[in-house]
Ligand binder design. Structure first.
Ligand SMILES: O=P(O)(O)OC[C@H]1O[C@H](O)[C@H](O)[C@@H](O)[C@@H]1O
Length: 316
């Protein structure tokens, strides 16, 4: 497949410590001189750790399978080409819930570094971009049979000193148009769900999958979570959805090229029902704020490319 970003060696600019990237045993770990780091499994191209300001920002279940047997319960699984159980009468109808991207093994395409405006005092590079690819030829025979389109995904994960950027590019390399949905199913780690508020979704319409699967409009600018929640917000006007903890900014999630978001917390009963969700009271320490294109379908004609992703900022 095409490699849009040719892997480059990390340039030894400046005199201070340099960013580092290690790739071994099915995972890639990158760190900045600040100590911020990101870790990605080739299985699903799942980001399983993102540390900034000395703090882990992603929640991963203690019982998550990291051996390629099951999508990871936590981190940032990639949902593609269908969200949820696919409708039987759609071209994705024979795929499993959330599609195959999260349980396929991706290829590591390489790294590149750059110096953004706020250059580190040490003079070193202050961002590392890691690219991962998945194309139709890498799918299992079953998935190829279930969704026989010629596609190429490139997932770019950029660790910057002021945040994490993830971007999914979907290219139709075949001759037939196809339809898809995509979502970055991010499990954020938080201290205490009872002290968290989610802002930036006011006046937005959402489908409430817990209540009645019908459309509602959020009246309050600030959402607090006191029980199971599974809402699909679409056509969000504000680019940024922010998570506050104890009234203080904790994480800002900015959508890039996409305008839908899912807010999910399984709460007590659903957490109990998931074999790979541990500890059982872990629902108090996580909230999924997922960005994507899941309202209807994105249609890609032959030769077309779609791009959508997020930029997340973690407050100290
Ligand atoms: O258990 P999974 O297949 O990973 O799905 C976990 C959750 O993903 C999304 O947030 C959906 O909106 C939920 O309905 C679903 O329960």
């Amino acid at each position: 497949m095409d490699r849009p970003n040719k892997p480059s060696a990390i340039s030894p600019s400046g005199t201070g410590p340099q960013p580092s990237v290690h790739s071994e045993r099915g995972r890639v770990v990158a760190s900045l001189p600040t100590g911020d780091s990101v870790e990605i499994l080739l299985y699903g191209a799942t980001v399983i750790s993102w540390k900034a300001n000395g703090r882990e920002n992603l929640w991963v279940s203690e019982a998550a399978k990291l051996d390629g047997n099951k999508p990871v319960r936590g981190g940032v699984p990639i949902v593609f080409p269908c969200f949820g159980p696919p409708p039987k009468d759609h071209a994705t109808g024979s795929l499993s819930q959330h599609g195959f991207a999260r349980n396929s093994t991706w290829e590591y395409l390489g790294k590149s570094t750059s110096e953004s405006e706020g250059k580190l005092a040490s003079g070193g590079d202050d961002s590392i971009k890691l690219d991962f690819g998945l194309s139709s030829s890498q799918l299992t025979e079953d998935n190829k049979k279930a969704w026989g389109y010629d596609f190429a995904l490139v997932y770019s994960v950029t660790l910057k000193r002021d945040g994490l950027q993830t971007m999914l590019s979907v290219r139709n390399q075949g001759e037939k148009a196809f339809e898809f949905q995509m979502l970055l199913h991010t499990y954020f780690r938080i201290d205490d769900i009872s002290k968290v508020a989610i802002n930036g979704l006011g006046s937005t319409t959402y489908v409430d999958k817990v209540l009645d699967a019908t459309t509602h409009t959020q009246s309050s600018p600030s959402l607090t979570i006191t029980g199971e929640i599974d809402r699909v917000y679409s056509g969000i006007k504000q680019d940024t959805t922010s998570i506050t903890q104890d009234g203080k900014p904790r994480l800002d999630v900015t959508r890039d090229g996409i305008s839908d978001s899912v807010v999910w917390n399984p709460w007590i009963q659903k957490a109990k029902g998931m074999g790979d969700f541990e500890p059982k009271d872990g629902y108090k320490n996580m909230v999924c704020v997922e960005v994507g294109a899941v309202d209807g379908w994105q249609k890609l004609e032959a030769g077309e490319t779609f791009e959508g992703g997020m930029i997340v900022k973690s407050h100290a």
